[in-house]
Write a protein of this length. Sequence first.
Length: 194
Amino acid sequence: MAATEMEPVSFFLHVGSGPKNPKKIPAVFQGAQWREVRLDIDPKVAPDIVGDIKAMPAAETARFDAVYSSHNLEHLLPHEVPLALAEFLRVLKPGGQALVSCPDLQSVAAHIAQGNLTEPLYQSPAGPIAPLDILYGHRPSLARGNLFMAHRTGFTAQTLAQAMRDAGFADIQVQRRGAPHYELRAQGRRPAGA
């Protein structure tokens, strides 16, 4: 029996996954033992589960070893963020990890304070991204009618850590990734007794 066949299978819930794209999966989830389950609000991207991250009844309680959320929380209204984080915690097994990334408003605000609101900060696969896009959502996507791309809230490292703490996560670590990413990456664990 090959070594990979003997490894236990671990499942991660990729929330707001968009279309299936193995290149968007973090290295930590690319091992043979990991299986991706995709959840997205948009049925056009053919997720495993069509659903909203604020209420995921189709995702079983304590089913997943990890939850991966890349640039989703900023699309919620501020009062909806605790609902989504509570759902992330609910679907994790005790000891399971949530990996959450979102824009770092503190690093973006530094550019705005210098008078740069519309000049591109970096080039993404979707096109040039300016501070205005990071604050309110990718303007070309919004203009095409993709209102899922609107940003309705935002975070600094401190406010993201506090939101995760308030939801019940433990051992929270937040990394600030400045230029060219302008991103926060947070990790938190569901406590064993939760």
